[in-house]
Each structure stands twice: as C-alpha cells, then as structure tokens.
Design a protein around this ligand. Structure first.
Ligand SMILES: Nc1nc2c(c(=O)[nH]1)N[C@H]1C(S)=C(S)[C@@H](COP(=O)(O)OP(=O)(O)OC[C@H]3O[C@@H](n4cnc5c(=O)[nH]c(N)nc54)[C@H](O)[C@@H]3O)O[C@H]1N2
Ligand SMILES: Nc1nc2c(c(=O)[nH]1)N[C@H]1C(S)=C(S)[C@@H](COP(=O)(O)OP(=O)(O)OC[C@H]3O[C@@H](n4cnc5c(=O)[nH]c(N)nc54)[C@H](O)[C@@H]3O)O[C@H]1N2
Ligand SMILES: [Mo]
Length: 671
C-alpha cells in the first residue's frame, strides 16, 4: 500500500502496482483507509469510564494516569491469581509486531490465562495440518492457467479480490468456474454454475465426488501410491457416500454431484479455492480434510494450476517463539497457565460451568478485536462484559461496541502510524509496514501501550522493552530457504518479498505430515481419539443433527461478511456503511410467503439465544430453508442495536475448536 501524505495527513492510499499478487489494486474498503485514519471519531486520548458499563461515557485522562490505573489493578490481580487476567485479541491487525509480540510477552510474563485464537480459521487449519502437515496450498498466481476452478465456501469478490482477478482471467481463457455455496453470493452469480448445497454438508459432497472418481477409476494411481497414506481406508469411507445418499444430505441433485466429479476428474488443471466460509460449522474440520484429499486422488498436484488453496500462511518461516516468547510463562513448557477458547468468551466471563476452569476472570485486556460485536452468542458476551467486578481495558481506534464496556479505553495507532511485518494467508509474499504519518492525537502503538503498562508495574524483563524494529526483525527465520537472500534490511527497502515456494509445491509429494505424505488416514487423529479418516459430520443445528430444534427453528442462518466491511472494521466509515445501507436478511420467496413476509418488511430473527431485526429481501439468492444476513454490523449502528451474533452459538467445530457461526437455526417473523 502506498500512502500520499500532505502536512502530516494521509490524503490518499493506493495499491503498490509492483506487488505481483495485488497489482496495485485495493479492495473497496481499504481504498477508504485514509477516511478511517482521520475519521472525526478517532480516539485521540486515553479515557476512563464515568458512566455505567456499556453506556459508553468516558472522560479524558493523561497517559501517565491511564498506565498507573492499569498497572495498579493488574498488579493486584496478578499477585493473587494471574490466570484471572485474560488477553483477548484477533484480526484487527494481523501484523506480527502489533499482534503477536510485546502483548504476548507481557501476558506470558504475568502468567495470565492464554487465549486460544480460534474464531476464524482453526477448523480449516487443523484440517490442513492433519492432511498436508500445515496450512499450505497452491499459489494464487497460477489459477489463471486452471481449466476448472471450484470456488468452495468462498466469496472472493467480497473477501479475496486479488484471487478473483486470476479466476476471471482463467474464465476468459475458457476455464469453467463453479461456486459451491448455499448462497448465491456476488461470486456465485458470476460463475458458470452454482451448486447451492445446505450449509455444513460439504464433507458429504466431497466424499460422494470421491465415490464417483473411485468407482469410475478417474484416479492417478502412481500419485496415490507414491505420495498418499491410507487410500484403502479412504476408499471404504467414500464408498459409503453414494451420490444419491449425498444428494439427500446436501439437498441437491444426484446428477449434479456426478457431473461435478466428472468435470473435476477430467483434467489435472483442476484447482479448488476453498475458503473459511465452509468450515464455520460443526463438521468444518472433517469437510476441509475431505476436500483437501481430492487433488491427491486425481494427481492435480502434478501441475502448478492444480491443487487446493485454502491458506498459504504456513509457507512463511515465522519465528513465533522469538515473537511471543512463551518461555516467559511460569511453568513453561510442561505446566503452562490455562487456555481459554475465545469462541466461548461469553460463558468464560459469565459462568464457565466447568469446575476445572479455575479462577474467575477478573480482568480482560482487549486489543485488535471487537468481541461484543464479533463473538458468537453475543447476549452472553455482552452480559459478561457488563459484569461490575470485571476490569476491562480496551485498546482501540474507535469507540466500538466493546469499547463501550471499557474501564480504560486507550487510543491505538493504525497501520499508517506504526511499524509492522506481515505474512499473508492468500498469497505467498511477506511484507513490511513502515509508518507514513505520525500518530494521530495521542495514539500509541499496541506495543508501546503494553511496554508502558509493564513499566508502570515495575516488570524487569528486557524482552518487554524491545523496540518495534527489533521485534519486527526477529519475526522470521531469515536463514530459512523460503527467504533465500531476504533480510530485514532488504525487506524494509523493498516493502515485500516473494517466498521461495515451488510453482507446483506437491508435484513430487513432500507434504509436511509425519509420514511426508498426504494423509488420507491420520495416525495423529487416531491417537487423539478422533476419527482418522475424513467423514461427514452433520451440523449441530439441522434436521439431521437436532430434529426437535429444527421443528421449532426451521431456517438455517448464515452471516458471512459484507463486501464493504472487514468483519466489524469500517462499519463506522459513513461512505462504506451507506453502500451497505442497513442490516438485511435475504430469504427465499417460498420461506417468505409461508410467513407472510414481503420484500422490504422488517423482520425479527430469533432463536433461544436471542434476536435481531433486519429488512427482508425476498430473493432466490437464498436457497429454500436458508436465510442470509451479511455482517458484521456494529450493534449501535443498527436500528435495533443488535447484530447477527445475537443468534449464533458458542459450540465448537469437530477439529481445532473453531467457531460455528454458520451452524445456526432460527425462525423469522414480521415485525
Ligand atoms: N470484504 C471483506 N473481505 C474479507 C473479510 C470481510 O469481513 N469483508 N474478512 C476477512 C476474513 S477475517 C476472512 S476469514 C475471510 C472470509 O472469507 P471467506 O473465506 O470467503 O469466507 P466467508 O465470507 O465467511 O464465506 C464465504 C462463502 O461461504 C459460504 N458458506 C457459508 N456456509 C457454507 C457452507 O456450509 N458450505 C459452503 N460450501 N459454503 C458456505 C457463504 O455463503 C459465503 O458466500 O475474508 C477476509 N476478507
Ligand atoms: N456472525 C459472524 N461473526 C463473525 C464472522 C462471520 O462471518 N459472521 N467472522 C468471524 C471472523 S472470520 C473473524 S476473523 C472475526 C474477526 O473479528 P475481530 O478480530 O474482532 O475483527 P474486527 O471486527 O475487524 O475488529 C478488529 C478491531 O480491531 C481494531 N484494530 C485494528 N487495528 C488495530 C491496532 O493496530 N491496534 C488496536 N488496538 N486495535 C486495532 C479495529 O479498530 C477493530 O475495531 O469475526 C468473526 N465473527
Ligand atoms: Mo477471519
């Protein structure tokens, strides 16, 4: 990203035209980044709560006072019960310096509870880990040479524009694009075919595709023999999923599945862009594993335009130990402080309900996240944050829904104002982020805020006081062959560098599993007492998984990201919010008619966890039995002060302990 600065203000941001994966293009929302940085409501001074929790009334105080208040309370708790302190952070910035370094060291040094950062991708990451050994996949650059592209649980026009550019190029060259998505997303609309399966049924579809590939012998036997493990077990599993059985589970035609398998098996230049949308359901981990097996059956990995891309983040040789210094934890490595799954933050704050949970959480320090808006089962989350006896510090750019609950609200810098270093999960470049402007107001980088609290607490550990540049320069293992010739200095000079990933990374095997093969059968899963061969795991909330619940709440609701928002970021940028309008709910005409709902009506969406309102759009984009509310709205900027997470659940996925945002039954009524 290149920034034009006038008189210390960013006036324009554009993409770097030399950067190969993005080629100078910024997405809609990030192209407005300067508006966000200099937004009139940017937080510019530290503040202390003066109103009730959640009310959002604050008074400005000095940094010295803020750091003293934070240090006093955290020291007092840390002396008694360090695990009663919990950090909470996620994707606000994914930079290693402002995300994963001084803050982690600080909490490790205190012996605070650890946070399991599972809200987005943990099921998919586990699926890839057990199959390929890490989050590895094909290179985004070569999708334009593919002949078939399955866009599976992904909406790249909204969420991964730079991939979509390649897919369109492939389309121009004659490739066939197929979207596999319960919803006719912006992307699905532009593909040749849209397979609208029921949410959470992808595992059954993938197994039925294998059924066809195996029974019709559309396999690469040499690839299977040389580079995979457990073919016989996978074959037995796939034979259980005939196309007619899967058709029933997925709510699609049998012939659609057979044709899909034929098309997929007809060329090695068959690429799958699978993405995180399809793993936010109970069976997400197994579904990712099943799909990840496909290119190893057909040998698509042999060419650079074949294979799977879900995440490429595992290619970067990150030195997470140097960044986060887990060795600072008391009890490291055998007896570390407890780990709290961020998806169950509502229960963790309100009532862990588990005798083994340990000390009650007395302090929560939120940075790079907006849990009151983004975490599931948000009535519970808000109730937790409203606890009078909870001490809450929030580091933020804006007064978000979460910030309203802060005791101390501390202004943080944006990426235009601080140093950072990044990897990607879509492409295979590493990048440096140098400040373009001075901090806005009295904002400070997250790192500097944590150093300040540590100093005020009198903590002596030198690792807490390293400069941002020193931290950035320790983010990678520079001697790793992936970074051939790249150093912190060259990266700083050039802005980005391509990792040395082979064009067709698994053409000759070389998976990073214990066996070095693509593991259809995983001994590690077996040893963990889990199903070692991918299977279809029905959603928690579905006619299959929970018939009584489905009788009361017959509609499946998904709430994937809106194009103009980045999770809950940018919702407060007026021009972007104006484009989204207001919270909508897309509903199929048959489901609307059955409830007397007309296009444009206000509807109430509800289940046992809570409710929200939205304006109905009666449309065939939602399949029968499905409703779609694009997200993630700030509650306080929605007409009824609520958002989609009012109805989502804290249940976790089969692998990885991920959130199950799209495994959610509701009922709808006209308001
Ligand atoms: N504009 C924009 N871009 C973003 C983000 C954003 O908020 N806004 N967020 C970023 C982040 S953090 C992430 S993780 C990614 C997410 O981006 P993606 O990985 O693309 O995931 P989602 O947008 O959650 O879902 C993608 C599609 O999956 C579909 N889907 C839902 N359930 C299922 C299912 O069970 N099976 C199948 N096959 N499909 C299903 C949804 O309808 C949706 O169209 O995007 C990143 N990019
Ligand atoms: N219903 C529903 N819920 C979802 C999802 C969904 O699809 N549907 N998607 C889920 C997914 S994939 C994800 S990744 C999560 C994301 O959830 P979060 O990680 O909470 O991401 P954001 O909503 O973008 O909020 C990040 C906050 O960090 C702040 N921030 C940004 N940079 C900095 C910084 O440098 N310092 C500090 N202190 N703050 C900063 C921003 O101002 C913003 O308010 O949401 C999840 N929640
Ligand atoms: Mo995410």
């Amino acid at each position: 990203m290149r920034v034009t600065v006038e008189n210390g203000r960013a006036v324009k941001v554009v993409g770097d035209p030399d950067h190969p994966p993005t080629q100078g293009v910024l997405c809609t929302k990030v192209s407005r980044y300067a508006d966000r940085v200099h937004h009139p409501r940017r937080l510019t001074t530290p503040m202390r709560r003066v109103g009730q929790k959640g009310e959002g009334r604050f008074e400005s105080i000095s940094w010295d006072e803020a750091l003293r208040l934070a240090a006093e309370r955290l020291s007092e708790i840390a002396r008694r019960a360090p695990e009663a302190i919990l950090p909470y952070s996620y994707a606000g910035t994914m930079g290693f310096v402002q995300g994963d370094s001084i803050a982690q060291r600080f909490f490790h040094k205190l012996g605070a509870s650890q946070l399991d950062r599972t809200i987005c991708a943990a099921a998919g990451a586990a699926g890839l880990k057990y199959t390929y050994g890490a989050s590895l996949g094909m290179l985004t650059e070569f999708f334009d040479e593919s002949e078939v592209i399955l866009i599976w649980g992904a909406n790249p026009i909204a969420s991964n524009l730079h991939f979509w550019t390649r897919a369109q190029e492939a389309k121009r060259r004659g490739a066939r694009l197929i979207a596999i998505d319960p919803y006719r997303s912006l992307t699905a609309e532009k593909c040749h075919q849209h397979i609208a399966l029921k949410p959470g049924t992808d595992g059954a579809l993938a197994l039925a595709m294998m059924h066809v590939l195996i029974t019709e012998d559309m396999l690469d036997h040499a690839y299977i023999a040389d580079h995979t493990l457990g073919f016989e077990q996978l074959k037995a599993r796939a034979l259980d999923y005939s196309p007619s059985r899967a058709a029933e589970i997925c709510g699609i035609d049998k012939q659609t599945i057979i044709d899909l398998a034929h098309l997929y098996g007809s060329t090695k230049k068959a690429a799958i862009r699978m993405n995180y949308g399809m793993q936010r359901v109970r069976g997400g981990g197994n579904a990712v594993r099943a799909i990840a097996c496909l290119p190893s059956l057909t040998g698509a990995w042999r060419v650079r335009s074949g294979g799977v891309l879900m995440s490429s983040s595992g290619w970067a040789p990150v030195d997470s130990h140097a960044l986060a210094r887990p060795d600072l934890m008391p009890g490291w490595p055998s007896n570390q402080p407890r780990i709290v799954n961020m998806n169950a933050i509502g229960d963790a704050l309100c009532n862990p309900g588990d005798a083994g949970f340990g000390p009650k959480i007395e302090a929560i320090v939120v940075y790079n996240s907006n849990p009151v808006a983004v975490a599931p089962d948000s009535e519970r989350v808000a109730a937790g944050f409203a606890r009078e006896d909870l001490f809450t510090i929030v580091l933020e750019h804006f007064q978000t829904d979460t910030a309203d609950y802060a005791d101390l609200l501390l202004p943080a810098t944006t990426q235009l104002e601080h140093v950072d270093i990044h990897k990607s999960y879509g492409h295979t470049h590493v990048m440096v982020n140098l400040p373009a402007i001075p901090p806005v107001g009295e904002a400070r980088p997250n790192t500097e805020i944590f150093r300040g609290i540590a100093r005020a607490m009198g903590l002596q550990e030198p690792a807490l006081y390293e400069s941002d540049e020193t931290v950035a320069s320790s983010a990678y293992r520079w001697d790793d062959p992936m970074l051939d010739g790249v150093t912190w200095e060259t990266l700083k000079r050039d802005g980005w560098a391509k990792l040395n990933v082979p064009d067709a990374p698994f053409a000759n095997g070389g998976f990073r599993t214990p066996s070095g093969k693509c593991e259809f059968y995983s001994e590690r899963l077996a040893q963990a007492g889990l199903e070692p061969v991918p299977d279809y795991v029905p959603p928690y909330e579905s006619a299959d998984g929970s018939p009584e619940l489905a009788a009361r709440y017959p509609l499946a609701m998904i709430s994937p990201p809106a194009r103009n928002f980045l999770n809950s970021t940018f919702v407060n940028v007026e021009s972007l919010r104006a484009t989204e309008g207001e919270p909508h709910l897309d509903i199929h005409p048959a489901d609307a008619a059955a409830r007397g709902i007309h296009d444009g009506d206000r509807v109430r969406i509800f289940n046992d966890r809570g409710s929200m309102q939205a304006r109905a759009r009666v449309t065939y984009k939602a399949r029968v039995g499905l409703v779609v509310g694009l997200s993630i709205w700030w509650k306080k900027l929605a007409p009824d002060g609520r958002n989609a997470n009012q109805v989502t659940s804290q249940a976790l996925t089969d692998l990885g302990g991920s959130a199950t945002f799209y495994d959610c039954l509701v009922e709808i009524e006209r308001v």
